[in-house]
Design a protein around this ligand. Structure first.
Ligand code: ADP
Length: 366
């Protein structure tokens, strides 16, 4: 449905998109992930005909975006990062305006009603857009993208600035749109693509560094298990037991004490769920397990694992899924990994704090 071949975009001497190629099949929801400045918007803007490329090809439903931009655009609904809303219009006026703009030949009233039903904005249909909450405005932006029944929908950072409840609602909406459309979701939030997408393409500095089924990424998350465990008993003996236990790849004692219980950070081996075994072994020795907290992988860990994996793919050119292991502790990350991982992590942190600020301050009319 979407085909990008050797796409390059230079801004002067800055190469924003550096020879990327990928395809999206009909009915797929694909996440386009990368840190800020990676080249996501540039790629989306070329795909949607807003920008020309320096070289390479992009086509939608077999129509070349350069040769027949109007034909290709008819196949695409686009929600840019800043939804192009006219705040002084009512929702009704705005959608009708978009209907005209797209020279839509469907039955106007029926089509707009269907779209409003899909994105659940019927209750604000007669309201002026300026008076709507961010969540509703985003829905109106999505409605605009759906006008004309495009086969492909492209979302650029659709949940930025929304509060946690709105984020979940918009993600569910995108997921449901995937039943009838091919969807590309461009974002810098890994959890977002994990929640919504069938496949994840990761771009960094204009190059694709990973192109994976989402479950492979999820397996990495599931299979990399770290816990803080609180155990009552002699610290030295317990640590020695943890370090010697099969299935545990790493154990360390943390500087936390609660009566006669100490906290340890453990990491299980790839693919091992250590929890029950640990419980029984401690019980056998009469060392009560008084707390267990799953730490999970953070964004940086996941990203690095993906980069590791894509590098292994490139190196050996075979399916290496089962051989991917976490990097041994203490082994240095490359400069690229540090930079990209840190940048992704910072973005996610900022996004979280923005979300909680807007949740606290916004008087939501939803
Ligand atoms: P992302 O969407 O992943 O944050 P962008 O596609 O916006 O990344 O940007 C990719 C690179 O291209 C960045 O280095 C950015 O500074 C540069 N860039 C983007 N738009 C322009 C522009 N209009 N002029 C010059 N450089 C640009």
């Amino acid at each position: 449905m979407i085909k990008i071949e050797h796409l390059v975009k230079n801004y002067g001497s800055n190469c924003a998109v550096d020879d990327i190629s990928f395809e999206v099949e009909s009915g797929e929801i694909v996440g386009f992930l990368g840190p800020n400045g990676a080249g996501k918007s540039t790629t989306m803007n070329i795909l949607t005909g807003y920008l020309s490329s320096t070289s390479g090809k992009a086509s939608v439903a077999g129509i070349d975006i350069l040769r027949d931009p109007i034909g290709a655009k008819k196949q695409i609904g686009y929600l840019p990062e800043q939804p192009p809303l006219y705040l002084d219009m009512t929702v009704e006026e705005y959608l009708s305006f978009n209907f005209n703009l797209k020279r839509c030949r469907l039955d106007r009233a029926q089509h707009i009603e269907e779209v409003c039903e899909t994105v659940k904005i019927k209750d604000v249909y007669h309201k002026v857009i300026r008076t709507l909450s961010k969540g509703y405005r985003q829905r109106v932006g999505i409605a605009q993208a759906l006008i004309g029944k495009p086969k492909v929908i492209i979302f650029d950072e659709p949940t930025v600035g929304l509060d946690p409840k709105q984020i979940i609602e918009i993600r569910n909406l995108i997921r449901s749109l995937g039943k009838d459309h091919t969807v590309i979701l461009s974002t810098h939030i890994l959890q977002e693509v994990q929640a919504v997408c069938d496949r994840i393409i990761i771009i960094n500095k204009g190059k694709i560094v990973a192109n994976e089924r989402t479950e492979n990424i999820s397996n990495m998350v599931e299979n990399n298990r770290r816990f803080n465990v609180k155990i009552a008993g002699p610290q030295k003996d317990i640590l020695a037991m943890l370090k010697g236990m099969s299935g545990i790849a790493y154990a360390e004692a943390l500087a936390e004490r609660d009566g006669d219980a100490y906290t340890y950070m453990i990491e299980s081996e790839y693919g091992v769920d250590i929890r029950k075994k640990l419980f029984y072994q401690l019980a056998e020795r009469n060392w009560p397990l008084v707390g267990m907290e799953a730490l999970g992988m953070n964004l940086e860990d996941i990203f690095i694992t993906v980069v590791d994996k894509s590098e292994e793919y490139k190196a050996v050119g075979t399916n290496v899924r089962n051989r991917i292991k976490r990097r041994p502790r203490g082994q240095e990350k490359s400069a690229l990994e540090r930079e990209v991982g840190a940048s992704l992590y910072e973005d996610a942190q900022r996004q979280r704090s923005e979300s909680s600020l807007s949740a606290a301050s916004e008087d939501d009319d939803e």
